[in-house]
Design a protein around this ligand. Structure first.
Ligand code: AMP
Ligand code: FES
Ligand code: ZN
Ligand code: ZN
Length: 313
């Protein structure tokens, strides 16, 4: 297998792109691929201040590496969820983020949930939800709250996450199987800022296969935390990924076609944008000031207040 660009030995064969490349040309190609996604979806410009949510996993650290290489002004945000039960998942992920930031002289915001709210996510979930899987629901609610809180507090223009094509295709699969119109209308590489106080959000890796981000991390020697969150086991997004990978193995390019055709259909007006919950009326939460469609207190504040009451009673 030879590199399409220079004819030396290829390190990766991307059947979905009918392209084999050597290490040097793969890195250049992948950086350019992400740069084109940013431009194609009008995600942000060099004048914007960007806040990237980094988890310590490969995708967000690879994205940070590419954004810095492309000359974007990007700070990181790591949320320590206090998931240190079966494995020290949070502490080890934190370490990867600190190390990367320190080595590259980058600024990293850190929010420690157990320190800030008095309970780790797994302990808080035990107080508020009955089944183990609901830890992910509380985790998601908390992360979304903190992302927007830090982005607005420090006046970042865009909040970025490391979701890749495999993540997006798997979420799309779940939304389609259940025909969740509201979520299909909302799922997008970019969500514009809202006057009610949501910061603009973007996913610059949404056209990148997970296998490509892994190859980038290995070739560039980016040290990342490899293990999945212990609470993710059994999640439908993971089983959807396995299913889609099986189809991809038979039909190279399937995941890409599935996701990109969805985006095209959206652009052509297949989904009524008014279905998206972004178009609901929002007002500031009376406790935290973040936008909410609830009459007074947002879901995040209400959930955490109930957790703390049940802990103290
Ligand atoms: P996940 O939902 O774990 O697949 O993560 C998707 C994206 O959310 C990651 O690529 C990060 O951008 C962001 N993210 C996940 N966990 C954290 C965390 N603990 N702190 C900051 N960002 C996170
Ligand atoms: Fe949130 Fe696993 S990362 S529950
Ligand atoms: Zn080459
Ligand atoms: Zn609130």
């Amino acid at each position: 297998m030879r590199c399409r660009r220079c004819d030396s030995k290829a390190v990766i064969n991307m059947r979905q792109h009918k392209l084999s490349l050597c290490a040097e040309h793969f890195i250049a190609w992948f950086q350019d691929h992400v740069a084109r996604t940013i431009e194609r979806h009008h995600m942000f410009s060099k004048d914007d201040r960007l806040l990237l949510a980094v988890s310590g996993g490969k995708d967000s650290l690879v994205l940070w590496d590419i954004l810095i290489h492309l000359g974007y002004n990007t700070d990181g945000l790591y949320i320590n969820l206090g998931i240190n039960e079966e494995i020290s998942y949070s502490d080890q992920s934190a370490e990867k983020c600190f190390r990367y930031a320190e080595k590259n002289h980058l600024f990293l915001h850190q929010v420690n949930i157990p320190q800030k709210y008095g309970l780790s996510i797994p302990d808080a979930a035990k107080k508020s939800y009955r089944s183990k899987n609901r830890t992910c629901a509380l985790c998601g609610l908390t992360k979304r709250h903190v992302f927007n809180e830090i982005a607005t507090k420090y006046q970042y223009d865009v909040l970025l996450t490391g979701h890749n094509l495999d993540d997006e295709a798997s979420v799309l699969f779940g939304n389609t199987v259940n025909w969740l119109g509201k979520y299909l209308a909302r799922q997008s590489p970019v969500l514009e800022a809202s006057s009610s106080g949501f910061t603009k959000k973007a996913k610059p890796l949404c056209r990148a296969y997970e296998r490509e981000t892994t190859a980038y991390a290995i070739i560039k020697g980016i040290s990342y935390f490899e293990q999945e969150c212990p609470f993710a086991a059994g999640a439908t997004t993971l089983s959807n990924k396995v299913l889609l990978n099986d189809i991809e193995a038979e039909t190279p390019g399937f995941k890409q076609r599935f996701y990109l055709s969805f985006l095209k259909a959206k652009e052509e007006g297949l989904f009524d944008p008014s279905l998206s919950d972004r178009n609901t009326d929002f007002q500031p939460c009376s406790r935290c000031g973040q936008p909410t469609s609830n009459p007074e207190v947002c879901n995040f504040c209400r959930t955490w207040e109930n957790i703390l009451v049940s802990r103290d009673s």
